[in-house]
Ligand binder design. Structure first.
Ligand SMILES: Nc1ncnc2c1ncn2[C@@H]1O[C@H](COP(=O)(O)OP(=O)(O)OP(=O)(O)O)[C@@H](O)[C@H]1O
Length: 228
């Protein structure tokens, strides 16, 4: 199995603060479903931001799909993110007055690479994903602000999945849902990730979700090795 994420001697500190991430070595194989846990404030979202190329390491190497994000310009990282990643944010970050379908296809606007991978029109592919994620078709033309939190979450997942990104990152996307809805959502997310061969990196505080994942790491373990 090929390596999707490779980290060596990564160090990251927010300006004026002590290093929050010091990770000597970490690798994730393509196709894995990784669960990252850790207390609030331990740096989970910061790590996701580095994996997505939103922030950049102070030193060390962080390769995603064999591209060292710590050596790319901000512009090149933006392009890399648009082409190869899907991101489900904790607060979803949907565009409230655009329709459900427009929100999903918005992920294609800045990526010819993702558009080229579609086997149908952008709208047809958005509708296929919304259908797979069990969002009723009557909602597809509605502005997203009219949807419930659970429905918005499915829109956010469809937006992250469209265009077959190699890596899907999800930052506590289930925190607003009850336990049954969380498990159901994760099953749907897994099914779509498997179907399109996307690797999943998922952050959550909920230990009940851990057994569903192929790999579980705590941020303190990743960081602790730095002190050995
Ligand atoms: N944009 C930022 N600018 C400066 N410091 C930041 C920024 N974002 C996060 N931090 C710092 O990094 C620390 C870790 O934040 P981060 O959001 O990565 O933690 P987390 O483990 O994801 O927390 P939670 O589980 O509560 O979401 C915070 O305590 C804060 O001090």
């Amino acid at each position: 199995m090929s390596t999707l994420i490779s980290i060596r001697d990564l160090r990251f500190a927010w300006p004026g603060q002590q290093a929050i991430l010091q990770i000597p070595h970490f690798e994730l194989a393509a196709g894995e479903r990784l669960f990252i846990k850790g207390p609030s404030g331990s740096g989970k979202s910061t790590l996701l931001g580095l994996l997505a190329g939103i922030q950049q390491a102070n030193s060390g190497q962080l390769k995603v799909l064999d591209r060292d994000l710590s050596r790319l310009s901000g512009r090149a990282r933006d392009r890399f993110r648009a082409d190869h990643l899907g991101y489900i944010f904790q607060q979803f970050n949907l565009l409230p007055f655009l329709s459900v379908t427009e929100n999903v296809t918005s992920a294609l606007i800045f990526s010819r690479h993702k558009r080229r991978k579609l086997q149908a029109s952008a709208t047809a592919e958005a509708e296929r994903l919304l259908n797979e994620l069990q969002l009723p078709s009557a909602l597809w033309t509605q502005p997203v602000h009219k949807l419930s939190i659970g429905q918005q979450q499915r829109v956010a997942a469809a937006r992250a999945l469209i265009g077959l990104p190699e890596l899907v990152i999800a930052d506590e996307p289930t925190s607003a849902l009850d336990a049954d809805s969380r498990a159901a959502f994760i099953e749907l997310l897994f099914r779509e990730c498997s179907r399109q061969h996307s690797t999943l990196v998922f952050v959550s505080h909920d230990p009940a979700l851990e057994p569903l994942f192929s790999r579980v790491v705590s941020l303190s373990e990743l960081n602790e090795h730095a002190r050995c």
